[in-house]
Design a protein around this ligand. Structure first.
Ligand SMILES: [Zn+2]
Length: 134
């Protein structure tokens, strides 16, 4: 079994509505996503796949939906305020945690055909969430 991991970096703002601590306030993160792709055997170039293919796929998604965006839960009362002020945001079905974001990135890569096995979302230098299916 071979695994390669590609790291990409981006920024977002969010808040965790109803969080008992400071995460309920508006704040942002400069994060690293580490995407792992696995294959039983290597391709004709002796690779799992090209790192740049992962980068292109994930950066297209992150650029469109996550980078420099503001992520809220769909029931967050801030959503109408942001709309009224022409601010960009994305209201998610779930709370916009590192866990949820790692799953969203995972699902995008899976749908694009990558044999993605894990996505880590490093919210700080010492804390990350990850999503995998097995
Ligand atoms: Zn946060």
């Amino acid at each position: 079994m071979f695994t390669i991991t590609k790291e990409v970096y981006f920024c977002y703002g969010h808040r965790l509505m109803n969080h008992p601590g400071k995460c309920r306030h508006l704040h942002g993160h400069s994060v690293k996503a580490a995407i792992s792709v696995t294959q039983e055997s290597l391709n004709e170039q002796s690779m799992v796949c090209d790192f740049s293919d992962i980068k292109t796929c994930v950066e297209q998604y992150i650029g469109q939906y996550l980078d420099h965006n503001f992520l809220l839960h769909k029931d967050d009362p801030l959503a109408p305020v942001l709309t009224a002020n022409n601010e960009r945001f994305w209201a998610l079905e779930e709370h916009p945690t590192a866990e949820v974001l790692s799953k969203m990135i995972f699902m995008h890569l899976k749908k694009a055909g990558f044999n993605v096995t894990q996505v880590e979302l490093w919210e700080t230098a010492s804390a990350y969430a990850s999503y995998r299916e097995s």
